[in-house]
Every structure is written in structure tokens, then in C-alpha cells.
Design a protein around this ligand. Sequence first.
Ligand code: ATP
Ligand code: MG
Length: 163
Amino acid sequence: MLEKIYKTNSEEETYSFGQALGQILSQGDVLALQGDLGAGKTTLTHGIARGLGIETPVSSPSFTLLFEHPIGTRGMSLYHFDAYRLEDEMEWYDAGFMDYFNDSGVAVIEWADRIKNVLPENTLWLFIESNLSEPKQRKFRLLISEGLSEKVFVLEKLAAWEI
Ligand SMILES: Nc1ncnc2c1ncn2[C@@H]1O[C@H](COP(=O)(O)OP(=O)(O)OP(=O)(O)O)[C@@H](O)[C@H]1O
Ligand SMILES: [Mg+2]
């Protein structure tokens, strides 16, 4: 397991960081986001959409569980989930969401800790932490499993935010 730590100091910077992250994601990747209310999960995901070349206006899936973005210029869809309102993993199965872990796109899941038992083995985890004394600062801890070792070669795209 490889761990990298990144930092941003504004909402705009988190969007840019997300955009760079989107550029290193590829077909079939699953990115699990964990962080409190207002941590910046949705902001980051909007940046990821941009990084995947998706230019249509983006919505938040807060009330829908899933917002499926159209295919972007890199030929991939983005499946943006928000698991906040899920009671348990059975609801995830029942909704047919397992089918979205496939090679036609990238899945990004807010509140992924709610459904951690259904996530694929090679899920990328990103933990977002706020800092009470620095309200605009966010720290991002990215965990990359052995099975995703090819990602190591593209991580330099995130170097600007690394600490
Ligand atoms: N460095 C930062 N990165 C991202 N957002 C920031 C940052 N600093 C302050 N903010 C503020 O934090 C909020 C982040 O909101 P966002 O909807 O992205 O969070 P979220 O993690 O998706 O929340 P929720 O759990 O409700 O879905 C915004 O109001 C934004 O202005
Ligand atoms: Mg959100």
C-alpha cells in the first residue's frame, strides 16, 4: 500500500487538484472518498469530471444517490455516487449499483465508508480532513493498493499539491 498526502488551501484549489486527479484516472477505476460534511468531496468530484474531459454542467448527486455524467473527451463516463443516505450495503446491491464498476467509466463515491464491503479490491481511497484552525485548508490522504502499481508512474501530475 502506497500513501501520499496532499493539501489545498481553497475550494478552487481543491477543484484543480480534482482536475489533475481526473487526468490520472482510467477506465474501471473506483475512487472512494471519505470525509465529513463539507470536506470538499463534491467540489473535488466536479474537478475530476473536468479532468475526464466532461464539460457539461455538473450537478451534485446529494438527492439522487447517483449522477451519471455523459462521456467526456477521454471516452469515459463518470458515475458520481453519494452513499450518505444509504442504510446499508444491501440497498447498494438492490439498486443495481454493482454494475457501475466496469470499464466504461470511473466511479467516484462520496461517503464510501458506508459501503466499504462492496467496493472492489483495487479501490483508490482518498481521506479528506479539515483543519479547525485553518478553515480553508484540506488534507487529502491517498491510498493506492499494490494492484494499482501503474498509478505510481503518473502520480507526478499531483506533485504540486503534495506535502
Ligand atoms: N480547501 C477547500 N477545498 C474544498 N472546499 C473548501 C475548501 N475550503 C473551504 N471549502 C468549502 O467547503 C465546502 C465544501 O463543500 P462540498 O459540497 O464540496 O463538500 P462535501 O464533502 O461534498 O460535503 P457533503 O458531505 O455535504 O456532501 C464548500 O462550502 C467550500 O466553499
Ligand atoms: Mg457532497
